[in-house]
Design a protein around this ligand. Structure first.
Ligand SMILES: [Zn+2]
Length: 159
């Protein structure tokens, strides 16, 4: 790309660009993941550069590149796990589990089967986190964290 403003590609990940908004070092994501999540009217701005995913909960930036192009939570099609809260917070994009699913299950039965269900799906090779999850990473870590947090919160106060 002759009109690109980018410096030559960094040789090591130590020089990886930081999120211009919050300074977090983002994880690099596949271009295909970015294209999957950026709203269709903004796709022409994606270009061919490498993108990184900013996982900082308080930062609105979802994807950024070394050229200064950023896509925020408003520019992507889905809510982003790291940047959302409450029952609508998506936890698993492949099988559609939200924080509300886990919270309700714990309220009803005292435990959640969601992490086990997801593990079984992953084992059956039915997941596509690298594309479906805006972070480009497997959701299971986030799911387990949420399940643990909600289980503790769901315990009766007098226990
Ligand atoms: Zn950020």
């Amino acid at each position: 790309m002759s009109e690109c403003c980018c410096p030559p590609k960094p040789v090591s990940s130590a020089t990886a660009p930081l999120c211009a908004q919050c300074g977090t070092k983002g994880r690099s994501v596949d271009r295909c993941t970015v294209i999957h999540h950026v709203k269709s009217e903004l796709l022409s701005q994606v270009g061919e550069d490498e993108y990184r995913f900013c996982a900082a909960p308080a930062c609105a930036v979802v994807y950024y590149n070394a050229c200064g192009v950023v896509f925020t939570v408003k520019d992507v099609r889905d809510l982003v796990t790291a940047k959302a809260s409450g029952d609508a917070r998506p936890l698993c994009y492949c099988f559609g589990f939200t924080e509300g699913d886990i919270r309700r299950e714990i309220a009803q039965t005292g435990a959640t089967t969601v992490p086990a269900q997801i593990s079984a799906f992953i084992k059956a090779q039915l997941c596509a986190c690298e594309v479906r999850n805006p972070s480009g990473a497997c959701c299971l870590g986030e799911v387990n964290k949420a399940a643990q947090r909600l289980s503790e919160k769901g315990k009766p106060e007098y226990a």
